[in-house]
Each structure stands twice: as C-alpha cells, then as structure tokens.
Design a protein around this ligand. Structure first.
Ligand code: ADP
Ligand code: ASP
Ligand code: MG
Length: 437
C-alpha cells in the first residue's frame, strides 16, 4: 500500500481539490491511503478563533467563524456544483458557535483546531463519490491515538487501522494532524503534523512508500521564499533530511522522519502541480562520500562564556546548560575549548536573563545577527578531503564557529548574516562545481 499526503496548499481551493482527486483516483494509485491537511490558512484561522475565545471575546470569535464558514461553503459549492456539503459544514460551525457560550480551555481548543482537517476530508470524500470513485473516509479519531506520555501509540494505531483497510475500495481517505489523547479527548500532533500522520500510518501499515505531495518540486536546501538560489535535492538519507529539516526545509516536518526511518519505508516528496517531476526520495540508502546540500538559518545569536576556572573543571558545562534549560531555550550549535564555550540559540526571548545568570561563571559576550550555514552529506570522519574543501571555500569570509563530529552528516559554520549569500555561493562553487545537478 501507498500513503499519499497532501498539504494545505494542495487542497487550498476547489480547483486544487479536483486536481488531487484526479491524481489519487488514477489506476496506479488504486487502494492508496490519502492523508489530507486542512485547506491552506484554515488552521491559522482556527488558532485565531481560539485566541478570541481564550480572551473572552465571543464577537471576535463569531465573526472569524462566519468568515471561515463562508469560505468552506463557497469552495464546496464550486467543487460540487450544488449545496450537498452545506449541512455538514453548517453543523461543524454550529458546534463551534456553541463553544462561544461555554467555558473555553485546552480541551475545547483541540476540538476547534480539528475542524480544518475534518472539513477538507469531507469535501474530498463527497467530490470523489460524485465522480463515481469508491472512496472510503477512515476517521482519524477512530485510530490515531497518543499514549499517556503524549507520544503516538503505534501498536494501537496498527490494531485499529489495519482492519479498516481490509475492504476493497479505490481510495481510502483520512485526516492528517488530528488524533485522540490517552483520555480519548480530541488532540493533535502539533502544527504541521499531517506529515507525521502520514509517516505513522505508513509505519503502522508497513506501507511500500510514503508520498508527501506539496506545491514545489522536491526538497530544497533552503526555503525558496528566503534564499534566492535554492537547490532541489533528489536523494537524501533520512539523517541528512533530519539535518536539513531544521534549516527551514519546511516541506517535510522533522517529526515525520523517525517513524519512516525505523520502519525503513521510503518517503518521496512530490509536486502536486507537476506529478511527473522527479521530486526527492528519502530513504536509508547512503551515498558514500557525496555532499548533498548547503543550507542556512538566520537570526542566530552566539553566546561565549570564557572562564579561566573552567580549565580542567568538571561540571562547568552542566552549570552552563542548566541556565539555558531553566529558560527553556534550546542550544543549537556548540563549540568548546579548555577556557571557554560558545553556543548558539535562535530563541532570544530570555537572552538578557541568560546572560545575567551566565556571568556567575565567566566573562560573557554576545554576537547578534549571525547565521548558521550547514553542509549536509556523507561526512563520515574517515572520508578524506571534505573538511578542507569546506574551509578553503571560507578563506575570505570571517567564521565565528565551526562544528563537526556531532553527526556523520553535517559540518556547521557560524558567520555574520551579512556574509550569508557570499558563504552559500562560495560553498556551492567549491562543493558542487563538478556536480551534474
Ligand atoms: P503544505 O500545506 O503542502 O504542507 P506548507 O504551506 O505547510 O505546505 O509548506 C510548504 C511550502 O513551504 C511550500 O509552498 C514552499 O514554498 C515552502 N517551503 C519552505 N521551505 C521549503 C524548502 N526547504 N523546500 C521547499 N519548499 C519549502
Ligand atoms: N493543518 C495543520 C497545520 O496547518 C497540519 C498540517 O497542515 O500539517 O498545522
Ligand atoms: Mg503544512
């Protein structure tokens, strides 16, 4: 079986829903399980509604609900050419309206957030059936379950999903993102979680392939909205994809990688607008000695703590890390010497408190507006030559930190944000000069 996940951009309008319907009902996709996101923008609007309800502003909530209801009614009308979907859309929004009159807390919030996927899958089901396609909607709330640690309960998912897929049909449909928690309340897999659903159901069903369909061709090393020249990468190891996911490669949600990697199921990123384009294949097959991509992330802050007392002192790093932990601030890159340690963070909400606390242990200096540039590929330490190619490309650019050895798949460099474009160009020139891509 094949899992096919379509994101919000792929089901964002009546025309796009039709396009997906044509794709999934093709002969070659018969019997696939199709996972859908909410139409693009809908989950954000639902979050806005929750904001109004938390702030006890029922009028703001109602007005936003009305807008969202009209949007769904219009798409349904255009898609189906009639008002057959209207009763279920109205029912969903009537139940949301009822929430404006009650206590509003996290349980109710999850119910609101689930509506986008419930509606997009309903519209797809009705349209496929109207086209004579035998489509069966499998409610994610019947099998997607979190355990009492809040983690997906894979054995439960398998046990409850497998029997549902044992009936003949053209297309199975289900909602991405939504699930139930250990108390059987409606919950979700966090924003962007539809990719995670696809990966989890793929692992549960031992699928042949998990396809993530979006509106651009394959995984790019950088967000094309931010970096001018990006490179589509055609094949990645799961660990390389995991390194890239941090660098704004939002096309695949980071959580999606683990279940597929462990179940050894290839993930293919494909473009809804060009279904025959090659896309990107992610699997467990290494390409020895190949460098795949250079990615960058802005808005990085570097913090250096220098202490003569650190020399040979055990427990110094623990104390430093505890300060970051107490402010729930993740550290991304780290370099140490005998007398100091430099770390980077991208969440600066507690920067001044962190710097204040660090001063107990040494002299602290901060560099703002930095950028991590990360080279991803097979960089096993016994491979020769790649470090010198990376560093020689940087010969005219000031480098604040270098980190290598954390994994076999990356070297990270910290440079000034103003040097980012130059760094990406120099590295690409030096590392991909002879690549055919
Ligand atoms: P979907 O709804 O299909 O999940 P999203 O709107 O969540 O899509 O995100 C996909 C969008 O993110 C694409 O339209 C693309 O422009 C953008 N994007 C961000 N980072 C990357 C990247 N590294 N490679 C490709 N696209 C990216
Ligand atoms: N609709 C959800 C969101 O926007 C889940 C997803 O699209 O992956 O976060
Ligand atoms: Mg998305």
């Amino acid at each position: 079986m094949k899992i096919m996940k379509f994101g919000g951009t792929s089901v964002g309008s009546a025309a796009r829903i039709r396009n997906v319907a044509t794709l999934v009902s093709g002969k070659e996709n018969k019997g696939s399980l199709v996972v859908l996101s909410a139409m693009s923008g809908v989950t954000n609007t639902l979050a806005e509604i929750c904001g109004y309800l938390y702030n006890r502003n029922p009028d703001g909530a109602k007005e936003t609900m009305k807008r969202l209801e009209s949007k769904h009614l219009a798409v349904a009308q255009e898609l189906l050419g009639d008002n057959s979907a209207h009763p279920c859309i109205q029912e969903a929004f009537d139940s949301l309206a009822a929430l404006t009159r009650e206590y509003f807390g996290p349980v109710q919030e999850k119910i609101v957030m689930a509506q986008g996927e419930l509606l997009s899958t309903k519209l797809m089901e009705l349209y496929l059936q109207q086209q004579g396609v035998n489509a069966i909607l499998l409610p994610a709330l019947d099998f997607m379950k979190l355990d009492n640690q809040g983690e997906p309960d894979l054995p439960y998912i398998r046990e409850h999903l497998l029997p549902l897929t044992q009936v003949p049909c053209d297309v199975f449909l289900t909602q991405g993102y939504i699930c139930r928690n250990a108390h059987a309340e409606v919950d979700n897999l966090q924003r962007g979680g539809s990719d995670y659903t696809a990966s989890l159901v793929g692992a549960a069903l031992e699928a042949d392939e998990i396809q993530i369909w979006t509106d651009i061709d394959g995984m790019h090393d950088n967000d094309p909205r931010v970096v001018e020249k990006t490179r589509a990468v055609r094949h990645l190891h799961f660990d390389e994809a995991a390194e890239l996911a941090y660098f704004g490669a939002k096309i695949l949600h980071p959580t999606c990688i683990q279940p597929a990697k462990f179940a050894n199921i290839p993930v293919r990123l494909l473009n809804t607008m060009q279904p025959d384009a090659p896309g990107t294949l992610i699997d467990n097959v290494p390409e020895p000695g190949t460098i795949k991509a250079v990615a960058a992330k802005d808005n990085i802050t570097a913090i250096k703590i220098k202490s003569s007392r650190m020399l040979l002192a055990h427990g110094f790093l623990r104390k430093v890390f505890e300060i970051f932990e107490s402010y729930r601030t993740p550290i991304d890159m780290i370099c140490t010497s005998e007398v100091g340690v430099s770390v980077t963070i991208d969440d600066t909400r507690y920067l001044s408190e962190i710097v204040h606390d660090l001063k107990k242990y040494g002299t602290v200096s901060v560099d703002l507006d930095m950028c991590i540039v990360c080279v991803v590929g097979d960089m096993d330490w016994e491979n020769l030559g790649f470090e010198s190619r990376v560093l020689s490309a940087m010969k005219d650019i000031p480098v604040r930190m270098v980190s290598y050895g954390g994994s076999n798949y990356n070297i990270s460099l910290l440079v000034k944000e103003e040097d980012k474009a130059r760094t990406l160009q120099e590295l690409s020139r030096s590392l991909f000069a002879d690549a055919q891509r």
